[in-house]
Design a protein around this ligand. Sequence first.
Ligand SMILES: Nc1ncnc2c1ncn2[C@@H]1O[C@H](COP(=O)(O)OP(=O)(O)O)[C@@H](O)[C@H]1O
Ligand SMILES: Cc1ncc(COP(=O)(O)O)c(N)n1
Length: 270
Amino acid sequence: MNVSKALTIAGSDSGGGAGIQADLKTFQELGVYGMSALTAVTAQNTLGVQGVYPVSIEGINDQIDAIGQDLGTNAVKTGMLHSSEVIEAVSEKIMEYQFPNLVVDPVMVAKGGAKLLQDEAVETLVNRLIPLAAVVTPNLPEAEIITNRKIQSLDDKKEAARQIIESGAVSVVMKGGHEETAEVTDLFYDGETFLELTSPRINTRHTHGTGCTFSSAIAAELARGNDLDKAVIQAKSFIRAAIEHPLEIGAGHGPTNHWAYKQQIRGVQP
Ligand SMILES: Nc1ncnc2c1ncn2[C@@H]1O[C@H](COP(=O)(O)OP(=O)(O)O)[C@@H](O)[C@H]1O
Ligand SMILES: Cc1ncc(COP(=O)(O)O)c(N)n1
């Protein structure tokens, strides 16, 4: 049997909507064998982040070694990396094992406002990890911090995308979830072509974990052998279905529905 494998290097969300939990659910739904290296444990639910407990650098390295020395992987997705030291260590390991198809989700802040990346770590992210990426998936506030520029117009977005490619990434998706437009446009750029992926904005507060789910869907599609543009297009369909049919659990910003995409393909409504 030809098994596609993907590794997520990210934080744990005890509430199950974002982080490692969202990533592994997405891999499973897209037919990819999921593996994980935990960078931090968070106490978190739909109301916010109650605590952050980092895993030691030794512990992170050990987990990645365990995968690199035995199972290998067809794609890697990084999420919450917490500090400069973690980014350095993870970048080293990705180079050591020459893992292919790296998707970097530059997670900085949780939806409720809790900081998931220290301010001084942004430079390390740009200099060490982004140059190794096949795709970087910033939301607009993250793209502004990475490029150190205000992004208001489509031209600004294109300029920021160009700047991220100049940092060494193969491609970038600037996500449009944070805008206030009637449609959500994610802008893909691979150094040659801009692709605007537009869908209706779904009116919901249940968007906890959308970024994690989107980036891990890209990693899963890359693991299955899809090209970058096709992987991003498929991931957009996956996240759209997951937001369109929310589970409506918890009192705050609820998680997306990872089952919805497959149910839609099979014609079964959740
Ligand atoms: N209200 C929404 N309706 C439809 N799609 C959305 C909505 N909010 C986010 N998305 C999609 O979810 C993905 C994550 O976007 P975004 O919310 O900007 O990222 P993040 O979770 O990192 O802040 C993108 O593909 C975006 O198009
Ligand atoms: C452990 C962890 N990682 C990432 C996020 C960001 O979530 P989102 O996908 O909503 O930006 C989170 N809230 N918790």
